[in-house]
Ligand binder design. Structure first.
Ligand SMILES: Nc1ncnc2c1ncn2[C@@H]1O[C@H](COP(=O)(O)OP(=O)(O)O)[C@@H](O)[C@H]1O
Ligand SMILES: Cc1cn([C@H]2C[C@H](O)[C@@H](COP(=O)(O)O)O2)c(=O)[nH]c1=O
Length: 218
């Protein structure tokens, strides 16, 4: 039975790498995939991994009907034995419904990859719809780590190394801290305390964090 599978995890946990591996293994066996993406860091119409691999992809536009796109492709004699959708958090909920229809009406496997939550730890609408509709949600096994060594479960947005909680939901960027606006993966404790690697190093507490009364604790 064809499936809609949602591979999810934090930023930098290997989702795009896995997407490229799935593509490689299937195309090595003569299968042909349709690869969708939206707003990849490498630019329009690209699916890229931090390991340096990149492939061409169809850039999904806002309001584009991905089901209709695929039907059109097939009706022109094109092939699509499976579908990969990277950066799926950026797709609209309606586009996730269309991907589910690809599975149910066209009998084609759809492998979607994306982060579940944004820098405020709120669900992206596309990811929410994937959680609602997917046959399976797979959490990637390669753990991204917080600076403290715990498993990273949350994505923080940083400006100059400090975590921010105001701003647009979508700002394309990387975990590279050399950029002014960047991202950092954190465990829940340090995300809720807004403690990034830089502020931990500097011994800076977020204004929202109450000072610990060590005397009261004895
Ligand atoms: N220089 C490197 N050597 C080995 N592995 C690396 C290197 N750079 C990145 N990686 C691996 O690539 C992962 C990021 O892969 P990527 O597919 O770009 O992530 P995602 O799509 O989830 O953001 C990192 O978690 C790490 O495991
Ligand atoms: C947390 C968060 C992330 N983004 C952007 C930043 C990147 O361009 C992508 C995630 O890509 P990755 O391959 O998983 O590293 O999403 C965003 O726009 N808003 C956010 O809150």
């Amino acid at each position: 039975m064809p499936e809609l599978v949602f591979f999810s995890g934090t930023m930098d946990c290997g989702k795009s790498t896995l997407a490229l591996q799935i593509e490689h293994n299937r195309s090595a066996r003569g299968l042909q995939g349709m690869i969708f993406t939206r707003d990849d860091r490498a630019g329009e119409g690209k699916l890229s991994s931090r390991l340096g691999l990149v492939t061409d992809a169809v850039e999904v536009e806002e309001d584009q009907d991905v089901y209709a796109y695929l039907v059109e492709h097939l009706s022109r004699g094109g092939r699509a034995d499976y579908v990969i959708a990277d950066e799926a958090q950026f797709l609209a909920p309606e586009q996730i419904d269309q991907l589910a229809r690809v599975v149910d009406d066209l009998d084609i496997d759809v492998f979607a990859f994306g982060i579940t939550t944004d820098f405020r730890s709120k669900l992206f609408p596309g990811s929410q719809r994937l959680v609602e509709l997917a046959d399976r949600v797979e959490v990637l096994q390669v753990e991204a780590l917080c600076w403290c060594g715990a498993r990273a479960t949350h994505n923080a947005r940083t400006i100059g190394g400090r975590m921010v909680v105001e701003g647009a939901q979508v700002v394309v960027g990387d975990v590279d801290q050399s950029e002014d606006i960047g991202y950092e993966v954190l465990c829940r404790r340090h995300h809720s305390r807004r403690t990034t690697a830089a502020t931990a190093r500097a011994g800076v507490l977020s204004p929202d964090v109450l000072p610990v009364d060590t005397a009261a604790r004895g």
